[in-house]
Design a protein around this ligand. Structure first.
Ligand SMILES: Cc1cc2nc3c(=O)[nH]c(=O)nc-3n(C[C@H](O)[C@H](O)[C@H](O)COP(=O)(O)OP(=O)(O)OC[C@H]3O[C@@H](n4cnc5c(N)ncnc54)[C@H](O)[C@@H]3O)c2cc1C
Length: 325
């Protein structure tokens, strides 16, 4: 019996959030007195897979079928179910991202397992198997006790800091008999955003709202993000007005992020916006209206015009960085 975790990759390259998921699974495995096995789907160089050991996986099961190079929820579910059966797994972990959201509910149904989607805590096993998650757009927490024998969990990325050890995992091939009908959805094209800090990965995020007045004023936000090594986000009206691309939109109908620092400039702080960002560890709000609701959710606030505050903030960041060299 082991804990298994889906480790997504691109040609054997794993993002930080994957190491976080593996570390989370390894923690549960330790709690249960067992080991963690990572499941890698699609083609990848075998030597790249052993590195998942640094986050505590002792074994990697590799289903190297090229048809798994892009997400097929049905086939991924079948592969994970096969891995779970092989390992006798009672706990299966995936990330609460596009892949995890597509696969985990199907897997839970297939294995008759209880599911917690968007976990933000380790399981509390003092009285059952209880996991915390945010509900009502982050306004409240729910503590869910999974009582089924098999349990499926999707972990909210950026919940835990990633610590890497020096372990190495044993890599083993796993054959799964797929049917053509497992690949009913064909991915024709994948367009990736390049050259930016991906939002889901970003530890620091600089975000702009309608208070920025127009896309021509985004320069200072981009400069601040560049100086901080931060990702860029925006409110929904900004994306709806095509001032910024839709992948930057955060909130109830956009991305959910949990960075260490979220700097919101010219954003009012509507509940639908907060739903995507209120898991941030520290929130800084810059708004010219002292009554803006966002100040209630902020750790630090600056009441002022973005056009005046941002240049001074960028200057201060540059001076601070120079003083560190
Ligand atoms: C079903 C539904 C889903 C939604 N989903 C989302 C979502 O996912 N994400 C999202 O963001 N919204 C979402 N919304 C919209 C949400 O309700 C708000 O309308 C939106 O978040 C407001 O965006 P904003 O704060 O950028 O703009 P505004 O509400 O117009 O606020 C602009 C702010 O900028 C400040 N400001 C103006 N000028 C300056 C200046 N010069 N310097 C500094 N500050 C200035 C103003 O004081 C104001 O607080 C949703 C709404 C609905 C109904």
């Amino acid at each position: 019996m082991s804990v298994i975790v889906l480790a997504e990759h691109e040609n054997g390259v794993f993002k930080k959030k994957v190491f976080e998921a593996v570390q989370y699974a390894a923690g549960i495995a330790q709690q249960q007195g067992t080991t963690a096995t990572a499941v890698v789907l699609g083609e990848a160089p075998a030597d790249a897979l052993a590195q998942l050991g640094v986050s505590g996986a002792t074994k990697v099961l590799h289903v190297a079928d090229a048809r798994l190079n892009t997400l097929s929820a049905k086939a991924y579910t079948k592969a994970l179910a096969a891995a779970a059966e092989k390992e006798g797994a009672k706990v299966i972990v995936a990330l609460h991202d596009v892949t995890g959201k597509a696969v985990a509910p199907r897997l839970a149904a297939k294995l008759k397992a209880g599911l917690v989607a968007g976990a933000i805590s380790n399981p509390d096993t003092s009285n059952g198997f209880t996991i915390k998650k945010a509900v009502f757009s982050g306004k409240a927490f729910s503590y869910i006790n999974i009582t089924s024998d098999v349990k499926v969990i999707t972990l909210m990325p950026n919940t835990f800091p990633v610590k890497k050890g020096d372990g190495s995992a044993a890599v083993e091939a796993l054959d799964v008999a797929f049917d053509d009908k497992d690949f009913g959805v064909k991915v024709k094209e994948v367009n990736k955003v390049t050259g930016e800090v991906p939002l889901a990965e970003a530890e620091l995020v600089v975000s702009g709202g309608r208070g920025m007045k127009g896309p021509e004023n985004w320069g200072p936000l981009e400069e601040l993000a560049h100086e901080l090594g931060a990702g860029l986000a925006c409110s929904r009206p900004v994306a709806d007005s095509h001032w910024r691309p839709h992948h930057e939109h955060v909130g109830q109908t956009g991305g959910t992020i949990r960075p260490n620092l979220y700097i919101a400039v010219g954003i009012s702080g509507a509940i639908q916006h907060l739903a995507g960002v209120n898991g941030s560890k520290t929130i800084v709000v810059i708004n010219k209206d002292p009554e803006a609701p966002f100040f209630k959710a902020a750790d630090y606030g600056v009441v002022g015009d973005a056009a005046e505050v941002l240049p001074r903030l960028i200057d201060a960041v540059k001076k601070f960085k120079a003083s560190q060299n």
